[in-house]
Design a protein around this ligand. Structure first.
Ligand code: B3K
Ligand code: ZN
Length: 865
C-alpha cells in the first residue's frame, strides 16, 4: 500500500462549491444519489479529468450535466471521469448496506438506527467524492425512509422542510449554509428521543439544543434522564467559548446523538455531533466522578471544534494537530475553569506521560505534524492530540494569556472559511502575539520527548542553574536540533520556605546556564512548575529537597511532581538493585513521612490530596528505564505500597472514616472525599488484605454512587477473599441491562491485581455479553488487560498471545479498532529480552496473517521495523 507524504501536497484540480445528497434509507440497503456542482480550481493545474474517491462502491449511474456518460473508469477504488469544460454537474448513484458495515466507518447501523462516521475517510464509503479536507462544499441533504423505523431524520445545519409520502415513508431536507469538507458530513435516522433545551448566544441568536438517545426497547433502560449532565456541560461550553475565545455558535440548531457502537469518543460533525454513549450518559448511580468529567470534557471538545476544526479546518491530514492539538488545549483550559485547575493539570500530565511519552520513545514515534502515513486513522494519537496541545500551551506560556488570545483571534479572522495548515496557526500566533517562533517551529517537525538535564550550583551568594537538552533520535529522525523549552522555575529559601517569585527561563540551546544572585545558602530548586514544557527532567535532587517541595511548594503541580520523583527515584534504585535492605527501608520511611504529611495537611483539599497519594504508574516508572522488567517493577511497586500501608495503616483507616462521613453530592468536597476513600482502600489492600476486604465490602454495600461502588469493587476484584465473588456477581445482576456499566464490570476484572486475572480475561472473552462488534466492550476487556502489567506481561507470553489473537480476530471486523491494540506489543524493544522475544514473535504472527488491513499492517510493520 502506498505511502502518502506531506511534501507531495497538491491542491485539488476542481472546486465543489455545492453538493446535493439524496438518501433512500434502509438498514440493509440505502440508495445514495449525489449531485456534485464542480468548477475548475483556478489555484490548481488545469485538468480534463476528476478523480473521485470511493471505497467498496460501485457506481450504478453516472451523469454529467444531466446526461448519462460512459467517459469514466475505475482506478482501484476511485472513479475517474472526463470533464471537458470548466464547470459541470456530476450525478452519481450508489447503493450501500449499512447493516453489513462492521467497520463503523461511513454509513452504518447501530441498534436499529442509522448513523455516519466520516472522519477521516469514511465519506468515500457512502458516495464517490474528492474525500479530502481542502474541498469545501455547501451541503443540501434530502432523506426519506420508513416512518416507523426512522421517525427522526437528522443531518447537518438547519431543517428546511419535511413531509409524509403517504405510503408509510417520510422525508426531511437539511441545509448547512457553512461550507465544509466531507469528513464533517453526518446523517442520523432512527427511533430517537431527545432532551431539548435552548441557548441564546451573546449576540442574541437563539439556538435549539437537543441530545438524542435511542428510544428504549423492551428490557432496555431509558437513557434520557442520563443526558442532563451533558446538556449542562454543553451550555457551559457555549458560554465559556464566548467569554474566553470570543467564539459564538453559528447555526440555529445544535444536535448531539449518542450511539453505542462507535470507534472513537465522539465526532464534531457540523451542527450534528455524534457521540459514543460513554461520553453522553451520566448519572450518579451509573457513572463515576471521572465519567462525569470525561463527559463534560468531550462535550466541550466537540463543541469547540465548531471553530477550531469546522470554521477553520485542515488543508490535509498531516495538519490534524491544527484542529486536534488546539481543541484539546481549549477543552483542557475549559475543564480547568470548571473544576480544580491544579488537579486537572495533574490529570492531563498523567495522561501525557502514560500515553504520549511511551509513544514518543517507541517505534510509532512521530512529530505532531507527521511527514508520512499509510492509513491516517493510525495518526489519531496521543502525540497529535495531547503533545499537540502541550506545544500550543507552551506558546501561551511564552506569550502570556492576553497576547496568546490576540494571536488566536487573528488566526480565526485570517482563516475563517479556509482549510489551513499548522504553519498558518504558528504565523498567526507570531503576528498576533508578537512572538518570534522561528526556532519553536521545530516542535512541529521533531518527534521524541526532550530530556533536560538539570544541575544547580551554589557559590558565594549566586545560584546557577545549568541546563542541557537532548532530543532523542526517533524512527526516520536520527539527528535533532535543540528546541526552545520554556521552564517556569522558583528557588526556595530553605529556612523561610518561600521563594522570591517564579521566573520563566527558555532553554533554546543544547546547554545554557542561568544565574540567580541573592542566595546566602543553597536554595531548593522547583523546576518545570505547572509542567510548562512536555519534557522529561533529569535532576538528581537530594531526597530532602524533594521532601521539602512535596510538603510546601506553593505550585500544586510541583508539589505533586516532587512526590512522584521521590517515589520514582526510590523504585528505580530498588529495581536496579542499588539499595541495601537498610537503605531501602530508609527510602520507604522517607516516602511514608511525606505521605503522612499529605494525609494530615489541613491546607489540602481532598481532590488534591488524592492526587498526591497516587503512586507513579508502572508505565511511567518503566519509561525511566532503558530496558524494563515489567515483572520486577510491578512487584517492587506493590511491595512499596504494602510497606507504606503497613506503616500508615492507622492513618489510612482514619482517612477512610473521615471521608466516609462527608455528605454526598457532586461538589468538590464530596468528590474529593470519594477519591481519597478509595485511595485509602487501594493502599490497605496491599498492607492488610483482610481489613481492606471488609472495608471495601462495607463501602460497596453503603454506596449511593457509582464512584464508591466501583472503587470498592476495583479493590475487591484484586483480592482473593469471598467478597470478590459476591460483589462481582451482585454488580453484574444489578446493572446487566446497562451496557456502559457492564463495560465497567468487564474492565474491573481485566485490570485487577488478582493473580488469576489472565484466566478471568479468557473466561470473559466467552461470556455471552462479550461482543467483538462493539468497540466499547472490546476495549473494556482487552485495552484494560493490555494495561494490566502483571497479567499482560505474564512470563510465559500468554498475555501477548491473547492480544495477538484478538487483533487477528478483530481485524476483518473492524480494522480501525484492531490497529489500536498493536502499540502495547510494539513496546518490545524496551522490555527485557525474554519477554521482548515473545512479543516480537506475536507481532510476526500477526504480520503473517493473510489479508491484513492497511490499518493493522502499518502499525505492525512500524512496530517490527
Ligand atoms: N475528530 C474526531 C476523531 C475521529 C477519529 C476518526 N478515526 C474526534 C475528535 O477528536 O474530536
Ligand atoms: Zn477533536
Amino acid at each position: 500500500p502506498a505511502v502518502i507524504r506531506r511534501v507531495d501536497y497538491q491542491p485539488f484540480g476542481w472546486l465543489v462549491p455545492r453538493l446535493e445528497l439524496d438518501f433512500q434509507l434502509g438498514l440493509t440497503d440505502t440508495r445514495v444519489a449525489a449531485t456534485l456542482h464542480v468548477e475548475r480550481n483556478p489555484a490548481a493545474t488545469p485538468t480534463g479529468q476528476i478523480r473521485l474517491n470511493g471505497e467498496g462502491l460501485a457506481p450504478l449511474e453516472v451523469t454529467v450535466d444531466g446526461q448519462p456518460t460512459s467517459l469514466w473508469r475505475m482506478a482501484g477504488d476511485d472513479l475517474v471521469l472526463d470533464l471537458p469544460g470548466t464547470a459541470h454537474t456530476i450525478g452519481l448513484v450508489t447503493r450501500i448496506d449499512p447493516a453489513a458495515n462492521t467497520q463503523l466507518s461511513g454509513l452504518y447501523a447501530s441498534g436499529g438506527m442509522l448513523c455516519t462516521q466520516c472522519e477521516a475517510e469514511g465519506f468515500r464509503r457512502i458516495t464517490f467524492f474528492p474525500d479530502r479536507p481542502d474541498v469545501l462544499s455547501i451541503y443540501s441533504v434530502r432523506m426519506s425512509g420508513d416512518a416507523d423505523a426512522f421517525p427522526v431524520l437528522l443531518s447537518n445545519g438547519n431543517l428546511t422542510a419535511r413531509g409524509d409520502n403517504g405510503d408509510g415513508t417520510h422525508w426531511a431536507e437539511w441545509h448547512d449554509p457553512w461550507p465544509k469538507p466531507s469528513y464533517l458530513f453526518a446523517l442520523v435516522a432512527g427511533r430517537l428521543v431527545a432532551n431539548r433545551d435552548t441557548f441564546t448566544t451573546r449576540s442574541g441568536r437563539k439556538v435549539d439544543l437537543a441530545i438524542y438517545v435511542r428510544e428504549a426497547g423492551a428490557g432496555e433502560e431509558d437513557d434520557l434522564p442520563r443526558t442532563a449532565h451533558a446538556m449542562a456541560s454543553l451550555k457551559r461550553s457555549m458560554t465559556w467559548d464566548e467569554e474566553q475565545f470570543g467564539r459564538e455558535y453559528d447555526l440555529d440548531t445544535f444536535n448531539i446523538v449518542a450511539v453505542s457502537d462507535f470507534n472513537a469518543g465522539a465526532m464534531e460533525n457540523k451542527g450534528l455531533n455524534v457521540f459514543n454513549t460513554k461520553y453522553v450518559l451520566a448519572d450518579e448511580e451509573t457513572a463515576t466522578d471521572g465519567d462525569f468529567d470525561a463527559v463534560e470534557g468531550v462535550i466541550a471538545h466537540e463543541y469547540f471544534h465548531n471553530w477550531s476544526g469546522n470554521r477553520v479546518t485542515c488543508r490535509d491530514w498531516f495538519q490534524l494537530s491544527l484542529k486536534e492539538g488546539f481543541t484539546v488545549l481549549r477543552d483542557q483550559l475549559f475543564s480547568q475553569d470548571m473544576g480544580s485547575a491544579p488537579v486537572k493539570r495533574i490529570e492531563d500530565v498523567r495522561v501525557l506521560r502514560g500515553a504520549q511519552f511511551p509513544e514518543d520513545s517507541g517505534p510509532l514515534a512521530h512529530p505532531i505534524r507527521p511527514d508520512e502515513y499509510r492509513e491516517i486513522s493510525n495518526f489519531y494519537t496521543a502525540t497529535v492530540y495531547n503533545k499537540g496541545a502541550e506545544v500550543i500551551r507552551m506558546m501561551r506560556v511564552m506569550a502570556g494569556e492576553e497576547r496568546f488570545r490576540a494571536g488566536c483571534d487573528l488566526y480565526f479572522d485570517r482563516h475563517d472559511g479556509e482549510a489551513a495548515t499548522c504553519e498558518d496557526f504558528v504565523k498567526a500566533i507570531e503576528d498576533g502575539a508578537g512572538l518570534d517562533l522561528n526556532q519553536f517551529r521545530l516542535w512541529y517537525a521533531q518527534a521524541g520527548t526532550p530530556r533536560v538535564t538539570v544541575r544547580l550550583d551554589h557559590a558565594g551568594d549566586v545560584a546557577t542553574l545549568h541546563l542541557a537538552q537532548v532530543v532523542p533520535p526517533t524512527p526516520g529522525q536520527p539527528d535533532k536540533r535543540p528546541m526552545p523549552i520554556p521552564l517556569k522555575v522558583a528557588l526556595f529559601d530553605r529556612a523561610s520556605g518561600i521563594h522570591a517569585g517564579e521566573q520563566l527561563v527558555v532553554l533554546d540551546r543544547a546547554q545554557q546556564s542561568f544565574s540567580f544572585p541573592g542566595f546566602a545558602t543553597r536554595p531548593v530548586l522547583s523546576i518545570n512548575r505547572g509542567f510548562t514544557a512536555p519534557v522529561s527532567i533529569e535532576h538528581a535532587a537530594p531526597v530532602e529537597d524533594l521532601v521539602f517541595l512535596a510538603a510546601r511548594d506553593d505550585d500544586p503541580f510541583a508539589r505533586y511532581e516532587a512526590m512522584q520523583e521521590l517515589v520514582v527515584g526510590h523504585l528505580k534504585d530498588v529495581v536496579d538493585g542499588k539499595l541495601s535492605a537498610s537503605e531501602r527501608d530508609a527510602g520507604r520511611a522517607a516516602i511514608a513521612g511525606a505521605l503522612a504529611a499529605v494525609i494530615a495537611d489541613p491546607a489540602l483539599d481532598d481532590l488534591m490530596r488524592g492526587e498526591l497519594l497516587i503512586l507513579p504508574s508502572q508505565t511511567y516508572i518503566a519509561e525511566q528505564m532503558l530496558i524494563a522488567d515489567p515483572g520486577t517493577i510491578h512487584h517492587e511497586r506493590q511491595a512499596l505500597r504494602g510497606a507504606l500501608a503497613r506503616a500508615l495503616e492507622g492513618e489510612f483507616v482514619a482517612l477512610h472514616q473521615r471521608a466516609s462521613a462527608v455528605p454526598g453530592g457532586l461538589n468538590a468536597a464530596a468528590r474529593g472525599a470519594r477519591k481519597v476513600k478509595t485511595q485509602a482502600l487501594v493502599y490497605l489492600a496491599e498492607g492488610n488484605p483482610d481489613l481492606a476486604e471488609q472495608m471495601a465490602a462495607a463501602q460497596y454495600d453503603a454506596a449511593d454512587t457509582m464512584t464508591d461502588r466501583q472503587g470498592a469493587l476495583m479493590v475487591l476484584a484484586g483480592l482473593k477473599g469471598p467478597q470478590r465473588t459476591h460483589k462481582l456477581l451482585d454488580f453484574y445482576q444489578r446493572y446487566r441491562s446497562n451496557p456502559l456499566v457492564v463495560d465497567k464490570w468487564f474492565g474491573l476484572q481485566a485490570g485487577s491485581l488478582h493473580p488469576h486475572a489472565i484466566e478471568h480475561v479468557k473466561a470473559l472473552a466467552t461470556h455471552p455479553d462479550f461482543n467483538l462488534k462493539n468497540p466499547n466492550r472490546v476495549r473494556s476487556l482487552y485495552m484494560v488487560f493490555a494495561a494490566n502489567p502483571a497479567a499482560f506481561h505474564a512470563e510465559d507470553g500468554e498475555g501477548y498471545r491473547m492480544l495477538a489473537d484478538l487483533i487477528i480476530a478483530l481485524d476483518p471486523v473492524n480494522p480501525q479498532t484492531a490497529a489500536r491494540f498493536v502499540p502495547p506489543l510494539g513496546r518490545w524493544r524496551r522490555i527485557e529480552p525474554r519477554r521482548a522475544a515473545l512479543m516480537r514473535a506475536e507481532l510476526e504472527r500477526i504480520a503473517a496473517t493473510p489479508g491484513l488491513s492497511r490499518d493493522t499492517a502499518e502499525q505492525v510493520g512500524r512496530s517490527l521495523g
